[in-house]
Design a protein around this ligand. Structure first.
Ligand SMILES: Nc1ncnc2c1ncn2[C@@H]1O[C@H](COP(=O)(O)OP(=O)(O)OP(=O)(O)O)[C@@H](O)[C@H]1O
Length: 273
C-alpha cells in the first residue's frame, strides 16, 4: 500500500483550456487527504475545464499540476484518482448488469489475462453497497433511473480504490429523490474518509459533507476557505452585490436558495469587479 501523500492535487499557477483558447488561468489549489472540497461557480466559469485539466483531459497550458506529489506528465497511477464525469449516464444500449459495469473499475488493477480474484469481487460488492445499490447488483443498468446510473458510475470509480474521487456535478439532472440518495452516498463516503473534489450547484444537499469550498469565476478562483469562512464571505459581500456563485441554477437546489443553511442568498445580478 503506497504511503499517503501530503497532497492529492496541487495546482500552482495552473492554466487549462482548449487548442487556441485558455479558459482557466493562474489557479493555485491544494486538495489534501480527508478533504471534501466543493468547487462552485457560474455556468461556463471553467469548473469542468479545471477538473478535466487536472486529469489530463483538457490542455495543460501553464503552471504546475502535481497528482499525489508527482508532476501530472509523469503520473501513471490513474486509478488512484477516480473520476465521475458530468451528466454522464449509461446508454440504454448497454446490456450489462450493475456488477459487470462496476467490475470494469477493477480492470486496471490486474493483467488482462488474469480472472477476477475473490478480492476483486469483494471490492466490487463493497463499492455497489457504498452507493446503496446492493439490492440491484444483478439488474441490467438500462433498467435503472438516471440517478441510479450515476451511482453505478460512482461505484465503478470507487472499485478502483482511488485516493481521490473527482465528481463533476454528481447530483445535477436527477430528480430530487435521487439527489437526496446521492447526497447520502457522498455523506457515507466522507464518513469513511474518502477524499473528494466535487463540482456542484447543490451545495445545500452537501452542506454537512463539505470541508472546504472553492469558488471559480471567469476562469480564476476567487474564494477558497472553510464553510464557515464561505458564509462570512457571503455576508461580507452581501446578496446585494450579487457575489453568489450559484445563481445560474436557482431552481435546481431542493432547499431553495439557501447555502449551508445560513446565507443571505437571493441571487442578484453579478456586480462588476
Ligand atoms: N471542448 C471545448 N472546446 C472549446 N471550448 C470549450 C470546450 N468545452 C468547454 N469550452 C468552453 O470553456 C468555458 C468553460 O466551460 P466549462 O464547461 O469548463 O464551465 P463550467 O463552469 O463547468 O460550466 P457548467 O456549470 O455549465 O458545467 C466555456 O466558455 C465553454 O464554452
Amino acid at each position: 500500500m503506497p504511503l499517503s501523500p501530503a497532497s492529492l492535487v496541487e495546482l500552482r499557477s495552473a492554466s487549462f483550456g482548449y487548442p487556441g483558447r485558455t479558459v482557466v488561468t493562474g489557479v493555485d489549489l491544494t486538495v489534501r487527504p480527508g478533504e471534501v472540497v466543493a468547487l462552485l461557480g457560474p455556468n461556463g466559469s471553467g469548473k469542468s475545464t479545471l477538473v478535466r485539466g487536472l486529469l489530463g483531459l483538457t490542455e495543460h497550458q501553464g503552471g504546475e499540476v502535481l497528482l499525489l506529489g508527482t508532476p501530472r506528465e509523469q503520473f501513471h497511477e490513474h486509478t488512484r484518482i477516480g473520476y465521475v464525469p458530468q451528466r454522464h449516464s449509461l446508454s440504454a444500449a448497454v446490456r450489462a448488469t450493475v456488477t459487470e459495469i462496476v467490475a470494469v473499475g477493477r480492470l486496471p488493477h490486474r493483467p488482462w489475462w488474469r480472472p477476477a480474484s475473490s478480492e476483486d469481487r469483494d471490492v466490487v460488492r463493497a463499492a455497489i453497497a457504498a452507493v446503496g445499490l446492493a439490492d440491484r447488483a444483478d439488474e441490467e443498468v438500462a433498467a435503472l433511473s438516471g440517478g441510479q446510473q450515476r451511482r453505478v458510475l460512482i461505484a465503478r470509480a470507487l472499485a478502483g480504490r482511488p485516493d481521490l474521487l473527482v465528481m463533476d456535478e454528481p447530483t445535477a439532472g436527477v430528480d430530487q429523490v435521487n439527489q437526496l440518495a446521492l447526497a447520502d452516498v457522498l455523506r457515507r463516503l466522507a464518513a469513511d474518509g474518502t477524499s473528494m473534489l466535487v463540482v456542484t450547484h447543490e451545495l445545500d444537499a452537501l452542506s454537512d459533507v463539505v470541508t472546504r469550498i472553492v469558488c471559480m469565476d471567469a476562469g480564476h478562483l476567487d474564494f477558497d476557505g472553510s464553510p464557515a469562512e464561505y458564509r462570512e464571505h457571503l455576508r461580507a459581500h452581501g446578496s446585494g452585490s450579487g457575489h453568489h456563485h450559484d445563481h445560474d441554477h436557482p431552481a435546481s437546489s431542493p432547499a431553495g436558495r439557501r447555502v449551508l443553511g445560513d446565507g443571505p442568498l437571493d441571487p442578484a445580478p453579478k456586480a462588476p469587479r
